[in-house]
Structures are given as structure tokens and as C-alpha cells.
Design a protein around this ligand. Structure first.
Ligand code: AMP
Length: 443
């Protein structure tokens, strides 16, 4: 098979002239995609349409990050030409952050063709972490939807309140005239069967509290699965793959018939793979043991598992895979090597489990900061996998870094492996357009 890197290679932000209507009169919209964190706001302005299949009409007009909201905020804005503006200014809250982003977006400095006032922003799409069992798909924002997101706060106390702050701030600024949509990190995994999502705990805990596995990174796994079927030109029902998102957070999903069958994250994003600072799977008895031996309170245990574990915890050095690889290579650091080994082994374990659970699969797909950039880690994961028909082509693998897309297995490999750079913001923008246009959402 041809490498697929030519289809959507690096630097794929097209920079053609602005047009509100494409020649065949497919309407396009400028969607402001917002991702509000506790003291941060990430945004992108994306010009997209309803055409999911051609999929190459999207234009990323600008993006930015505002950090340390609530004090002297650090701002980084970038337009499609790659011009970056970095400044610092006091920003009090998320409303102030969105204000700052909008002022720049419509400015001469940003220089975005056709975007000189707020009226050039046609819709807003928000990333929301937890949609519980209530939200199985993206949806337009209504008072009931806000209430539903509030009801999920108990399930994601660290994330949903921040996401809501972003929604409220955008509503204050844009008013009712601009439609807004929400895309949930959990929604893609709502297709999991009971056998995948239930813990082996007393069933009444599920009934009482909806205590179950939800899974996260759903927008990323869904995008990767969608992109795979677009590249191969196959229907969704034929998508049988294991998607592996390896960034600061890491998760793997078994996608069968185009739907999430099982995923490695659980009630929270702590379960599953080893991550930058999160432990992933552990024996739950460790919590009680730590409380007894170290005299920890529950907050300290929580911080230990979420912020001091994973690659950082094992290596004692860093949560950054690039630095760990450099330490191992340049200084032969034993604990850096160990951290990488445990990281890789856990991924192999999940691949094996999903291969068994799915009765075999067609491909393994890597995405995320590590999955997209580190040929070395991909190579270690795929080593000695001939038993299940996976044979890596090291040369192809080494070439696919920095946003390149393509196959990394050798011709004749019966289990294929690909790198597909994820694009959660694009999926949020497209869902938003579909909802605004009242078109059917893909499931
Ligand atoms: P993300 O959360 O998707 O932005 O991914 C962040 C992770 O990607 C960090 O652990 C980075 O160290 C890692 N990463 C980015 N580039 C590389 C690279 N070239 N080699 C190894 N890891 C990388």
C-alpha cells in the first residue's frame, strides 16, 4: 500500500484565499474552538464545512494559548502564516482571556483575511471533559445542557467547572446570537458494552452513583478512527483498529465496527496506561497501604497518583519523554530507561488484551505528542510483535515525525501500524457546524 503521508502531510494548513462559499456552494463557517482549563484557555479559529469526506477544505486560521489566568497571564497567539505573538498581561478570568483572544483575532496584527469583527465568528465549540451517561454525542448548548454538565461535576470535579466557566464567559460575550456547541471527551466511549464499562464492584454502586468506566480522549480516538477510514476509503462499520493516544495523558481504545468497544481510562483519566505524571493501573490496595505507612491523607494520595507518578515518578527526573530518551541515550540513566521500559510494556499489555478482546484487528494507530513524534518509542512498542503479524518497517517509521501521517509497517505485514496525527479541535469545529446546520452527527 502507498504511504499515506502525501494525503495530509506536515504543514497541512492550507493558505488559500478566504471565501465564505466554496465554488460548489458548500457553506463554510468560522468556528471558534475553546478549551478552558483551571487557569488556562486554548483556542483555535477554524474555517470548516459539512464535507467530512473530502475533509481537506478546513483551514486553521489561528490558534493560541493563554496561561496563568488570574494573575500576570502568559499569552501566545499564532496565525496561519506561522507568525507568533508572545506577551504577558494581567487577565482576571476566563471572560478576560476570551476578550483578549478576540481582540487579537480581529486585529490587523493577526491579519486574518475576512476576520475584522466579531461577526466573522459564526459559532463556538467547547471541549467538555465529562458528559457522564447523559451525553452520548455532541450537542448545541441550551440551559438543559448546562444543567446536565453541572450534574456531571461530581464525576469530573477538576475539569467540568472550568469547562463551564469557558461556556459562561463565551455566552456573556457573544450573547444568544452565536450558536455554541459542546463536544465531550467521554461521548465516543458511550458505545462500550456493559462488560467493558462495569467494574467488578457491587452492582448497586453503579445504580446509585453511576460508578463505572467512562473513558476519555474520546474526541481524539474518534478523529483517528475517522481519519483512518477516510484514508482507506472504507465504511465506518469496517473500522477495526486499536487507537493509541500517547501524550502527557495516554490511553488506548479498541475500536470495533467504528465504535469504541473498550478503552483504557476509567471513571477518571487515571486508569490504564503509564502517563507523564499519572500511574495508570495500580493495585487499589496501594492507597490504603500508603495511608498507613506514610500517614498520607486522601488528597496526598490523589496528588501522588496524578501528579508525582508515571514517567516522572519512576525516573525521578521528568515527565517529558524527549528528555527521558536523551538521558538514556547520553548518560545511560538507569531509571530513565526503566521508566521508558515500563511505559512501553504497559502499552504492549493493552495491545495484547485488545487483540484478544477484539478477536484480532486490522491496525494499530499511534497519535499524540509521543505517538506522533517518537519513532523510537513506536519501534520499541512494535518490537517482537511478529507473533500477531506486525512487522515494522524501521525506515518508514523513522520518517514519520512532526505531523506526518502514514503507514509504518512493512509490505505484507498482516497487522498494520500507522501514525495519524490527532486533531481534536477540527472534530469539535466540524461537530459544531453540523449541529448549527442541523445536519446529522456521525456516530
Ligand atoms: P501532548 O500531550 O500530546 O502534547 O504530548 C506531550 C508529550 O509528547 C511529552 O511527553 C513530550 O515529551 C512528548 N514528545 C513530543 N515530541 C517528542 C519527541 N520528538 N520524542 C519523544 N517525545 C516527544
Amino acid at each position: 500500500m502507498l504511504p499515506i503521508s502525501h494525503i495530509n502531510g506536515p504543514g497541512a494548513i492550507p493558505s488559500g484565499p478566504f471565501s465564505f462559499f466554496f465554488p460548489d456552494n458548500v457553506p463554510t463557517m468560522n468556528v471558534l474552538v475553546l478549551n478552558a482549563g483551571s487557569s488556562s484557555l486554548k483556542f483555535q479559529l477554524i474555517d470548516t464545512d459539512l464535507d467530512m469526506i473530502a475533509g481537506n477544505r478546513d483551514r486553521r486560521l489561528a490558534r493560541g494559548v493563554i496561561e496563568r489566568i488570574g494573575s500576570q497571564a502568559l499569552i501566545s497567539f499564532e496565525n496561519a502564516a506561522g507568525n507568533i505573538v508572545r506577551t504577558a498581561q494581567p487577565i482576571r478570568d476566563h471572560r478576560g482571556a476570551i476578550d483578549a483572544a478576540l481582540r487579537w483575532l480581529v486585529s490587523d496584527e493577526a491579519g486574518i483575511e475576512g476576520v475584522s469583527s466579531l461577526s466573522a465568528i459564526h459559532a463556538v465549540g467547547h471541549r467538555v471533559v465529562h458528559g457522564g451517561e447523559k451525553f452520548t454525542n455532541s450537542t448545541l448548548i441550551t440551559p438543559e445542557v448546562i444543567k446536565g454538565i453541572e450534574e456531571c461535576i461530581a464525576l469530573a470535579p477538576l475539569h467540568n467547572p472550568d469547562n463551564l466557566r469557558g461556556i459562561r464567559a463565551a455566552t456573556e460575550i457573544f450573547g444568544p446570537g452565536i450558536p455554541q456547541a459542546v463536544v465531550f471527551d467521554t461521548a465516543f466511549h458511550q458505545s462500550m458494552p456493559e462488560a467493558s464499562y462495569l467494574y467488578a464492584l457491587p452492582y448497586q454502586l453503579y445504580r446509585r452513583y453511576k460508578l463505572r468506566r467512562y473513558g476519555f480522549h474520546g474526541t481524539s480516538h474518534r478523529y483517528i478512527a475517522y481519519r483512518y477510514r477516510t484514508i482507506l476509503g472504507i465504511p465506518k462499520s469496517d473500522v477495526n483498529v486499536i487507537t493509541i493516544h500517547l501524550g502527557n495523558g495516554c490511553s488506548a481504545t479498541a475500536v470495533k465496527g467504528g465504535r469504541s468497544l473498550d478503552t483504557s481510562m476509567g471513571l477518571t483519566p487515571l486508569e490504564g496506561l503509564v502517563m507523564g505524571t499519572r500511574s495508570g493501573d495500580i493495585d487499589p490496595a496501594i492507597i490504603e497501604y500508603l495511608m498507613a505507612m506514610e500517614g498520607f491523607g486522601i488528597e496526598q494520595v490523589d496528588a501522588l497518583l496524578n501528579k508525582q507518578s508515571g514517567l516522572l515518578g519512576i525516573s525521578g527526573l521528568t515527565n517529558d519523554m524527549r528528555e527521558l530518551l536523551a538521558e538514556e541515550r547520553e548518560h545511560g540513566d538507569r531509571r530513565a530507561r526503566l521508566a521508558i521500559e515500563i511505559f512501553v510494556q504497559r502499552i504492549k499489555k493493552y495491545i495484547g488484551a485488545y487483540l484478544a478482546e477484539m478477536n484480532g484487528t486490522d491496525a494499530i494507530i499511534f497519535a499524540g505528542g509521543i505517538g506522533e513524534n517518537s519513532a523510537e518509542i513506536r519501534s520499541r512498542i512494535c518490537r517482537d510483535m511478529g507473533w500477531c503479524g506486525l512487522r515494522l518497517d524501521e525506515e518508514r517509521n523513522a520518517k514519520l515525525v512532526a505531523g506526518a501521517e502514514g503507514e509504518i509497517t512493512a509490505d505484507g505485514s498482516t497487522l498494520r501500524a500507522y501514525v495519524i496525527p490527532t486533531d481534536e479541535e477540527l472534530l469539535i469545529a466540524r461537530d459544531t457546524v453540523r449541529l448549527v446546520e442541523r445536519a446529522e452527527l456521525p456516530r
